[in-house]
Ligand binder design. Sequence first.
Ligand code: BGC
Length: 883
Amino acid sequence: MEIKRLSVNSMETPLGYDFDKPCLSWVVSSSARDDYQVAYRLEVTLDESFSSIVYDSQRQESSQSVNIPLDLTLEPCTRYFWRVTVWSAKELAPVTSHTTWFETARYQLPWSGKFISCRFELPQLRKTFSIHAPVRSARLYACGLGLYKAFLNGKPVSAEELAPGICAYDCWIPYQTYDVTDLVQVGENAIGAWLGNGYYKGRVNWPGMKERRCIYGDKNIFLAELVIETEAGETIVIPTDESWEASASPLLRAEMYDGEVFDSRLYSRDWSTASKHDLSWESTQVADFDMSLLQARRNRPVLVMEQRVPTVMTTPNGDTLLDFGQNASGRIRVRGTWPAGTEIRLQTGEVLDRFGNLYRENLRTALSEQVYISDGLPCDYAPSFTCFGFRYAKVTGITEVDPSCFTMEVLYSQMEQTGHFSCSDPLVNKLYMNTLWGQKSNFVDNPTDCPQRDERMGWAGDAQVFAPTACMNMNAQTFFHKYLYDLAHEQKKTGFVPVTIPNILLKTGMWQIPTTGWSDAAVIIPWTLYLHYGDLRILEEQYDSMKAWVDYITAQDAAGTHLYQGFHLGDWLAQDTKDPNNRFGLTPPDLIATAFYAYSARILSDTASLLNKEEDAVHYAELSEKVKEAFRKEYVSQSGRVVAETQTAYTIALMADMLLPHQRVKAVDGLANRLRIDHVMLTTGFLGTPYLCPVLSENGLNEYAYTLLLQKECPSWLFEVLMGATTVWERWNSMREDGSFGPVSMNSFNHYAFGSIVQWMYQYVAGIRPLAEGAGFRHFRLQPMPNSMLTHAEATLESPYGLIASSWALQDDQIELTFDIPFGTTAEILLPDIENAEIIENGVLLDNPGEHFIRGSGHWVYQYTFSGETIHRRVPAPQPPPF
Ligand code: BGC
């Protein structure tokens, strides 16, 4: 038995957070079957040798190992060490974990540092100081707006990029804590910072909008407090104040959309060291700033998570391109030596056009370029305050392009990959990888629609439809938690849930109405997090926001129709109108909106029950039922025909459980019929697509789901793969078969919304499904739904309780399924096509298993001859007309 992955609020060794409600978790791995924890003991101390214990739970008889609230009042700026001892049902002796730690931020501690500014745009700031005794520890508490990068004695204080991150800056501003113990030296020291613009002060854009800057502020400002403790026990504080100096930095441009221009002729390489520097520096001023906005960070840092090397190619029009082989978010590190004055310009793009030339029109007004101007000295440069979505970069300014001078630094928020999927079809495996890259590319501190064009906003609908996939792919708990924190803030300002979070458009006066499926993110994302991570706090914290959204819809319905009418984006980018300029699809937006109204009210009612808010639970359950009734009256025939008869209308009606039992049967037929008329080709948009395959599999139409997955013609997922996609496109026809492009005004090659099919792959093909009654995979379902269109599939999920695995392989009529169920969990297993089958479980004949059965931890193997009832089923060929 081994204890691993000790975490606080789902983060391992978190530094610099205000843990309002710290919750501890650990994972036990054990080879014993059916093993679980019977008791634990938690010890928290102020020193690694456990001589200053501040909390000792003593032995607690409990099987809980995830999200255990720590009943301890935490002090600011304090590192706590902790370990856990676990007694299990099967091991005689308890096991104690390794020692780990977490460190608090400042809570309400007043700042002695003040925000400072200067007259320069994109300035650099610095201060020298002396330390006379060996240093025991040093922390930097800092924040810079729009963006900042701090240095100590010439070195970055951390690997973090794009700090302080993206948020509703007018509601709160995060500061960061860095452990800089190793960077402070006895003798002379210097601390410095570069400031950039980010969305706080830089350019934001919206089609048709006059260019806007300075949405949140018009000055670059910086705040720091360096706290040094010497071995002698002295505390020295170096705060930002007027004694800091400022000068123009080497950055001539630093914009999220447009990129960076770095003139190294203005770059004094020792600017943030204590050694002499040759630039003229000016004094700084204290900036007027509302310090009450400052809060400890809530996000995990954006880091260089991966690196990629390019190949060099020449395009038919003579351009020299770097090809990094993968569309991703990041920047390019440039290393080499070029004559002074050389201007190396790298302009990014996602795809090549049908002639093989770089395509950049879809970036709209985003310049998306990085420029390095050489001072003749060796260069090791990567932009600090920008990020591009790209695979290719056009190089100008140098004639000899040596690929080893360029590295793509892939940026995304620190998140562990938790899920893996693979199957017998390499194209599906590529689709899976493309979706994962879509997540990496659009999870750069805020869930964005796309990372490349002049938009890159936190569109709530995109985030909502992708959230279940995201939570399987990676540990996205902290990431979404922060997004929801911003969402609730924005909602308070407007009374509704805006379509983008932060609500950058509010500041521009553009688009201030909610829309179904987007605004429902307020309800659906917290619930998704609860299902996948089992942490009730997210529901507690978001409850008011969830409720306010459902109440908002109700308030729009003055006539008491229980329908949600008005303007909605509907099934955004659906293909069923055949009109390339129609973005809303054929399904009536109010039909979708009313179904989402009922769905959100239902989730809210379930949430209220979990939080023991009985009155609300009853009220919203009743509301949901009334909305369903109104839906049936308005959109469904007596027998169950849904008015629009689109794939999306049937899918959403079934998904949101809008129909009476006999109508469901008819609707399932209606959906199958619709799909056959559509030659089993997708016509769905943003809101229909995520639910289509799950609805099909759950309603006896699994073969339709597989057929859709495996289609190779446009519109389909594999069409994109066959066209060479390395991420998921915004539109089914972002690129056509002849290599021409979809409408240039809105055509991203890195939008994750349609990647939501991956949820179906994990949860239906491989069958690893969370259950509300065992949230966080403490109790879950294993129900693989194979079809012989694939011969094997497998998925793993590093769940909060440990590794879950599920795989199946078919050979003729034989099937073998294997499962791994983690320590302390149980799974209900539903095996496919078991009618009259003799099922061998771990080598032994299973006696009367029933339709489903429950198993505890361990490795489980099942083998049998299957009935073929569903596994070999195919979509029937269309009937010839009778005349
Ligand atoms: C974004 C979408 C978004 C949509 C809604 C687009 O510009 O890229 O992903 O959800 O607008 O209107």
